[in-house]
Design a protein around this ligand. Structure first.
Ligand code: MRU
Length: 365
């Protein structure tokens, strides 16, 4: 993704060879700021406080956090501690555990003096793999968009509704749900994206809309509640979202509100696709509703909203009475029966145990 004509990924090693730079997403779309992470606690804060967010990027950031800690102290105890501190930051996205397990398994059999260098190399490899994976997801999803476009009048756009940000900013580059959209736009297929604002934190309004502007993709920001109406009016051709954890049976956990979009899509016979790297599949569970831990975030995110005032100040304003209690479940689960198909780097598969089975790790995923 280009920012001001320069290519950026969301995370990269700092020039000092130790620290790690990330785009601090809290300030977008108003300001582009880079934060440098220089302590294990800063990596943890960056994930917990959502300077970085999105399942794949959380995993990569945690991997670099382990690398940082190995340069500080390469002992077994420090490795376990780094894993535990980073794992405790956010409970829902499985890529966090996936990346941390990859790091620990790679490092624990190495002598301590070799761990720091190996850890940075492994974190960089995980980051590179994320980019390659997203490109493959994009290529697979592009064919679905192309197929829908073929059924339209020439020049008529494919209208895609997306929720939250499963874009470039949620990954190292390209995004998952946005990768097919960017490729379709690059291929000259007319696309138009309905961007759900995605309350409470407004990742759609802040981040997805910013990416669409940056890539020159026609888009319209809508309130979360508008999707059902647009679907009834025939103005949505497909829903395309990401996921933080998908069960071995195809249940999909994603940003709160995704389930309601899936219900509306099913009621209106609109295809509902989920784009994901296979690292987002939790092979250990089958029942998303019972087995996926749903993150409960601070209620401030519901009662206070970030924005930019006319004088350019970025600030938070309260939208509810001080006395009103708030609740903030951050994710919900869409049952597999509401998912048309899963778009992975290894192909488009049905959201079912049988559909996912060929992608299982023992089969080489
Ligand atoms: O709370 P967030 O912003 O980390 O939630 C992100 C999402 O829900 C994304 O849709 C998901 O992580 C997939 S990102 C490719």
């Amino acid at each position: 993704m280009k920012v001001g004509g320069k290519h950026y990924t969301t995370i990269w090693p700092n020039a000092d060879g130790r620290a790690v730079d990330v785009i601090d997403q809290r300030w977008l779309p108003h300001e582009f700021r880079v934060a440098t992470l220089r302590k294990l606690s800063e990596f943890a804060t960056a994930i917990r406080e959502m300077w970085v967010r999105g399942a794949p990027l959380i995993g990569v950031t945690a991997a670099y956090g382990v690398a940082w800690q190995m340069a500080e102290d390469p002992s077994d105890a420090a490795l376990d501690d780094a894993r535990n501190v980073l794992h405790a930051t956010r409970p829902t996205a499985i890529n966090l555990r996936w990346a941390l397990d990859l790091m620990r398994n790679h490092l624990r059999n190495l002598p301590p003096e070799k761990r720091a260098q190996a850890a940075y190399a492994k974190a960089a490899e995980i980051a590179r793999l994320d980019i390659e994976t997203n490109k493959a997801i994009g290529a697979n999803g592009l064919e679905i968009i192309r197929g829908i476009a073929a059924g339209k009048k020439p020049g008529e756009p494919v209208n895609i509704l997306t929720h939250c940000n499963a874009g470039w900013l949620a990954t190292v580059d390209y995004g998952t749900a946005t990768a097919p959209i960017f490729l379709a736009a690059d291929a000259g297929i007319p696309v138009h994206v309905y961007v759900d604002e995605t309350r409470p934190r407004n990742q759609g309004a802040h981040l997805t809309a910013w990416e669409m502007v940056a890539h020159g993709v026609p888009h319209t920001l809508i309130v979360d509640n508008a999707g059902g109406h647009l679907m009834q009016a025939g103005r949505v051709d497909m829903v395309l979202v990401g996921t933080d954890r998908t069960t071995a049976s195809g249940d999909v956990c994603n940003k709160i509100g995704t389930y309601l979009k899936a219900l509306a899509a099913a009621d209106n016979a609109i295809p509902f696709y989920v784009a994901l790297p296979t690292s987002t599949i939790d092979w250990t569970i089958a029942d998303g509703l019972r087995e996926i831990p749903i993150e409960e975030r601070n209620g401030d995110e519901v009662s206070l909203v970030w924005g930019k005032t006319a004088d350019g100040t970025i600030t938070r304003v309260r939208i509810s009475p001080e006395e009103t209690p708030d609740a903030n479940p951050a994710f919900d689960v869409t049952p597999a029966r509401l998912v048309t198909a899963l778009i992975t780097e290894r192909g488009v598969v049905p959201a079912s145990r049988e559909g996912l089975a060929p992608l299982a790790p023992e089969r080489g995923a």
